[in-house]
Design a binder for this molecule. Structure first.
Ligand code: 3H9
Length: 685
């Protein structure tokens, strides 16, 4: 295969990049394009040049695997500088997703034609970087500071239609991109259009534009260093010459590429993709057709699950006991779509079309044609077993039977059916139509075909999937319960609710433990613990939770929990202090001053230790899967790369030392260090 090839079409040279899967701008691509450009630039018979890509997309960016390795010439900035100086019209023909360095290549060209389905974007911030090949200098010159800031700082790609509106795309192709690009180029030549270098343009903006923008995005970018660097680089475009601006951008890029943030964010990028690679499953594994879905239970979770499939045009049958409950479920779903209509994300017609795919019923006979059935009823093993017995009778042969349980033993549930190989866990996170994580729980008997099918379905509905084995709480909730345990114990030992929440928020979590419990409902955990064997968790840690729920204080939904809630405002709940004093006394816990550092380390190291145990027991396939779960399910700061990557960053040895100290101080019942952590600490000494 030739990675870069050139063909001459009359007087137009077409340089084609063919570097599957996403035409990343690897060294071979950069040097190939550079050689090809030199040849056609000096060819008297060539009047204009098109750069196009084969395969599914135009270049999706620099080759991320090359970051952190010794640089190899030509660098991407050098190649784009070379393109900028070509004295013949240079046209980029874009399809798929022209991202990062790929889009910067297009901005280094003099004109751009886009396939109508193509997208362009500068998503470098998601990797803890800024565009490093002129993107922060050329884009604001082309579309103005505000639109450029929006694209560069949010990292969100935009459609061809929007790109045309903003002046990025000079032409949209609705047919064959290459033929349309040749025709467009021929027109440029006929009309004697000049070479249009973005670097020749000028851009200005007041300092308020930058400060206003920063204010607007401050919550979203909290803790991340790249977005602020991106704002500074765009500002440099308005203050410095083009060449000086490029140098400023390059220096920032070089600093960021070696930063712990970018290393962590790149780790997460590859971890999410690695999570889909399951030993024993490959392209040759057969998968089942999923053309229709059923959901059992029309509560918040069931409705959220249904929306995922409706959004993809799959018909959904939703089972609820009574007509009233069916009506309520339908309305709950309809309301979510109505809110999308009011925000302008959906037309009324699209809403109606989507809702026409939803059927509600009470009779399990209506499930006879469903290819995938997801149970989302009350979290009680006996109720779930009854549902699965009924599903076994009603579902057609070959249907996949999934449970959305977040804690329970799916082996036990599967065994009540005559087809345990077809049973699997699909653990969604609330709100299920928004949260990105899908924990796929394979039982001892789940077939590889069923697992491969749900991995494909996870991708179809846009989820980040991670495979877990069966254990109490699987990967996500098993880890989260250790994190919650330490928060509960710290409260009894002397820290306040606010102090604990602030420490975890400042660590980078989206909210503290107790704010999260109040939001989700404290009763959910209380009910889950009722299914746990006595002694399998630290009962002391949850005494306050139990007392709050017993007195009707379940969190936000009752106006009171660990905090008092009034609308969006929350204030300390004075009862907590009394409860803490009572339970601390009853349990002989001497209250003391607790530092922020101890709060952070007790909570975070508890989940790290449990994460390593989950890997050593084979519940998670690999360490990075645990990182994906805690990042996508609980918002562990992406710039810290997930709990186990974070342990590596701060040192396995240090992590082990502190865990061993906690074991001495608080007993080894919960703090016995993971064998895997001990091994890694030894290997890395
Ligand atoms: C940059 O450009 C810096 C410049 O400003 C300055 C430089 C000086 N490199 O996601 P998929 C792999 S930074 C290497 O499953 P999809 C990916 O790992 C870059 N590999 O497909 C996977 O490998 P495997 C800015 C890459 O269809 C395979 O391709 N660009 C790269 O769901 C398929 O990927 C970005 O941040 C890469 N750049 O989504 C864009 N991209 O099969 C990053 C992908 O072994 N990429 N791979 O697991 C994406 O967002 C998505 O991959 C894309 C396709 C939307 C393109």
């Amino acid at each position: 295969m030739t990675i870069v090839s050139t063909e001459i079409n009359k007087n137009i040279a077409v340089i084609t990049i063919d570097n599957p899967p996403v035409n990343a701008l690897s060294h071979a691509v950069r040097s190939g394009v550079s050689v090809a450009l030199k040849q056609v630039s000096s060819d008297q018979d060539v009047a204009a040049i098109i750069i196009i890509c084969a395969g599914r997309t135009f270049c999706a960016g620099a080759d991320i695997t090359e970051f952190g390795k010794p640089p190899m010439d030509p660098s991407l900035p050098d190649l784009i500088a070379e393109m900028d100086q070509v004295n013949k019209p240079l046209i980029a023909a874009l399809h798929g997703t022209a991202l990062g360095g790929g889009f910067e290549v297009a901005l280094g060209c003099h004109y751009r034609i886009m396939d109508s389905h193509a997208k362009v974007g500068l998503p470098e911030v998601n990797l803890g970087l800024i565009p490093g090949a002129g993107g922060t200098q050329r884009l604001p010159r082309l579309i103005g500071v505000e639109a450029a800031l929006d694209m560069i700082v949010t990292g969100k790609p935009i459609s061809a239609a929007k790109a045309e509106k903003l002046g990025i795309a000079n032409k949209i192709s609705h047919g064959d991109l290459k033929s349309d690009a040749l025709e467009f180029t021929q027109d440029l030549l006929t009309q004697n259009k000049p070479v249009m270098r973005i670097s020749d343009l000028d851009v200005k903006a007041s300092t308020e534009v930058f400060s206003d923008f920063e204010k607007k995005v401050s919550r979203r970018i909290r803790g991340f260093i790249a977005p602020k660097a991106a704002i500074n680089a765009v500002k440099a475009a308005t203050e410095l010459s083009f060449e000086e601006g490029l140098k400023f951008e390059r220096d920032q890029f070089k600093t960021l590429v070696n930063s712990s943030h970018s290393i962590a964010q790149r780790h997460m990028f590859f971890a999410e993709r690695m999570a889909l690679k399951v030993p024993g499953i490959d392209k040759s594994t057969s998968v089942r057709e999923i053309n229709s879905v059923a959901v059992i239970g029309g509560g918040i979770m069931g409705c959220g699950i249904a929306i995922n499939f409706l959004n993809k045009g799959l018909p959904v049958t939703l089972i609820e006991i009574s007509e009233e409950a069916q009506k309520a479920a339908f309305e709950r779903i309809a309301n979510i779509y109505s809110s999308s209509v009011s925000k302008g994300r959906l037309s009324e017609q699209q809403k109606e079309q989507t809702l026409s795919l939803l059927i509600t019923a009470s009779d399990y006979a209506k499930l006879a044609n469903a290819d995938l059935i997801i149970e989302a009823v009350f979290e009680d093993i006996e109720i779930k077993k009854q549902v699965f017995k009924k599903l076994d009778d009603a579902a057609k042969a070959g249907a996949i039977l999934a449970t959305n349980t977040s804690f329970l033993d799916i082996n036990e549930i599967a065994n009540v059916t005559s087809r345990p190989a077809d049973v699997i866990g699909l653990h969604f996170f609330s709100p299920a139509h928004i949260m990105p994580l899908l924990e796929i729980v394979r039982t001892e008997q789940t077939s590889t075909e069923v697992l491969a099918t749900v991995l494909k379905i996870g991708k179809l509905i846009g989820k980040t999937s991670v495979v877990s084995g069966v254990c109490f709480g699987f990967i996500a909730n098993r880890m989260s319960s250790c994190y919650g345990r330490e928060a509960g114990l710290l409260l009894l030992e002397g820290a306040s609710v606010e102090q604990i929440d602030n420490a975890l928020y400042d660590f980078g979590m989206p909210m503290g433990m107790f704010s999260m419990l109040d939001m989700a409902g404290i009763d959910i955990g209380v009910m889950a613990r009722q299914n746990m064997a006595a002694g399998s968790y630290d009962e002391k840690a949850f005494l306050i939770h139990d007392a709050l729920v017993a007195s009707g204080q379940k969190g936000q939904k009752t106006g009171s929990g660990f905090y008092k809630h009034e609308g969006r405002n929350k204030s300390p709940n004075p009862q907590i202090e009394q409860l803490v004093e009572k339970f601390a006394k009853e349990n002989n816990i001497k209250r003391r001053e607790i530092t922020i550092k101890e709060i952070e380390e007790r909570c975070i190291f508890a989940l790290i230790n449990e994460g390593f145990k989950i890997v050593e027991e084979g519940i998670a396939i690999r360490q990075s899967d645990v990182d994906v779960v805690f990042n996508c399910g609980f918002g562990f700061p992406r710039y810290k790369g997930g709990p186990l990557h974070y342990a590596e960053q701060i040192g396995f040895d240090y992590t082990l030392k502190r865990i061993t100290e906690f074991a001495k101080e608080h007993g080894d019942r919960w703090w016995t260090p993971s064998d895997l952590l001990i091994k890694l600490a030894k290997e890395n000494r």
